[in-house]
Design a protein around this ligand. Structure first.
Ligand SMILES: [Zn+2]
Length: 476
């Protein structure tokens, strides 16, 4: 009897699964017919690009730049995409981070299969780490979504706003909403982010119009981590536009660069740890170590911690000092929590870290996800001195900063070295514009007001520099 019941359940289950697959096919085909099938599409418009993880304070939206021109061409058959855009910073200068620039910033972002690169003039720079997400973005567009759903055994269910079509492509789960007019109005997926974990990527499509017999939205808004990263008012779309995108040889053979950590002794028991786009500073105390900054991600933290243990063996890393919450400066913090370090940060950041670190990290599990533990914090809101066994450093929350509301600088009185992030990076010229000059001026003003006797600056970006270089930049 039980066996009969089990086989009956199995039959019903198989039947309902195939029915669901059939339903999905019908739904996708109806949408594809209503929207018009295309091999490729080109669309253009204007809008805004937002810098994820670069908010002025932890509770504000990603800061916005203007897109004055935007054209994207996608070939669904060859799995290739070319995105060309021009950004300008708003005037007056906005608050928040992301490399400031003067005038226009032109970008061409490309992907063809597993190869990604950026084009500046005739120069192609491999973008190995971006390939997976750029490929995924192709399948989040309205027509791309329907094609991927058809290929990946999608399922359907009723949901808010219409029929929800779901499938898995590689490690990504993708959902899309198809409304009563058979238009794709929304897609969603999750990608790995060092701070936010499995970060939601939601894109809404509205204002569908007919472009040469194919329906395409006139408004596109993409959000990551809950805030917009792109909004686009589409002014033109052309079905079956041609895209010829040969992969340059240097791009085809490019590999992810291994994490490199160099060390430069800048005082007794003080090392400047560089070797990549972001630096850290190691300070040795009699019975423990203090690290300033945990940038980027777990891979960077793991390599920097290994170098610290090599330079000053057999001492635990007791404190990690975090200059500000921007993701490129806080993406490696979770590794230090896993390592047992206490995080020293501006007081406004504690609640934010506690909240976002609760998110699941299933796409790229880090050490803290594998062995969860509660983070411990020391919060700073005015001058904080970390003195122990004859060694001392001073932490100053900065006043009047427009880059980040919770930015802190660190002063080593014996070495006369100031550690600062993003307000002054060396060599000069890598950052430019009014907004950056304002940061130079504000850093200089803070140092003057505190009457700090600084001889050298250890910036989190770039190389060690003398104080007179900041003086020149700030007073010119
Ligand atoms: Zn920053």
């Amino acid at each position: 009897m039980i066996r009969k019941l089990v086989s009956l359940i199995a039959v019903v289950l198989v039947f309902s699964i195939s029915l669901a697959a059939q339903d999905a096919k019908t739904v996708i085909q109806a949408a594809s017919k209503a929207m018009g099938d295309v091999k490729s599409i080109q669309y253009s418009g204007t809008g805004h690009l937002y810098a994820i993880g670069q908010a002025f304070n932890p509770t504000s939206a990603w800061p916005q730049n203007n897109i004055t021109s935007y054209t994207r061409t996608i070939d669904y058959n060859t799995r290739a995409s070319r995105e060309e855009l021009t950004q300008v910073e708003p005037t007056p200068p906005r608050l928040g981070g992301a490399a400031p620039f003067a005038g226009e910033l032109k970008q061409i972002n490309l992907v063809n299969g597993q190869s990604a690169w950026n084009q500046t003039g005739n120069d192609a720079q491999p973008a190995v780490a971006a390939a997976e997400e750029r490929q995924l973005q192709i399948w989040l567009t309205p027509h791309g979504f329907l094609k991927a759903a058809m290929e990946n055994n999608a399922t359907v269910k009723k949901g808010s706003g219409g029929t929800i079509v779901s499938f898995t492509s590689g490690k990504f789960k993708i959902n899309g909403t198809i409304d009563s007019q058979n238009m794709v109005t929304r897609t969603e997926t999750w990608i790995a982010n060092p701070v936010l974990g499995d970060m939601p990527v939601e894109t809404t499509y509205s204002g569908y119009k007919d472009f040469s017999g194919v329906k395409f939205p006139t408004m596109i808004v993409q959000k990551e981590g809950g805030y917009p990263v792109l909004d686009l008012a589409v002014t033109g779309a052309q079905p079956n536009a041609s895209l010829n995108l040969p992969v340059p040889e240097a791009v085809r053979t490019a590999k992810l660069l291994p994490v490199s950590v160099t060390n430069e002794k800048i005082g007794d028991g003080v090392w400047f740890l560089a070797g990549g786009s972001h630096n850290s500073v190691l300070v040795e105390y009699p019975t423990y170590l203090v690290m300033i900054e945990a940038p980027l991600d777990e891979a960077r933290s793991t390599a920097v911690i290994a170098e610290a243990k090599r330079l000053a063996p057999n001492k635990p890393i007791k404190y990690l000092i975090n200059t500000h919450h921007h993701f490129d400066h806080s993406g490696g913090l979770r590794t230090y929590v896993a390592e047992g370090a206490t995080i020293i940060t501006q007081e406004m950041n504690k609640a934010y870290y506690e909240q976002v670190w609760k998110a699941p990290h299933t796409l790229e599990p880090d050490r803290l996800a594998q062995n969860p533990k509660k983070a411990t914090f020391v919060t700073v809101k005015e001058k904080y001195t970390l003195a122990d066994g004859g060694r001392s450093l001073e932490i100053y929350p900065m006043q009047g900063d427009t880059h980040n509301a919770g930015l802190m600088m660190i002063y080593l009185p014996k070495e006369k070295v100031l550690v600062e992030a993003d307000d002054f990076s060396w060599p000069a010229g890598t950052r430019a514009g009014l907004r950056y000059h304002g940061n130079n001026v504000n850093l200089y003003r803070n140092i003057q007001q505190l009457k700090l006797d600084v001889s050298r600056i250890a910036p989190i970006h770039g190389t060690m520099v003398s104080y007179s270089d900041l003086q020149k930049a700030a007073t010119s």
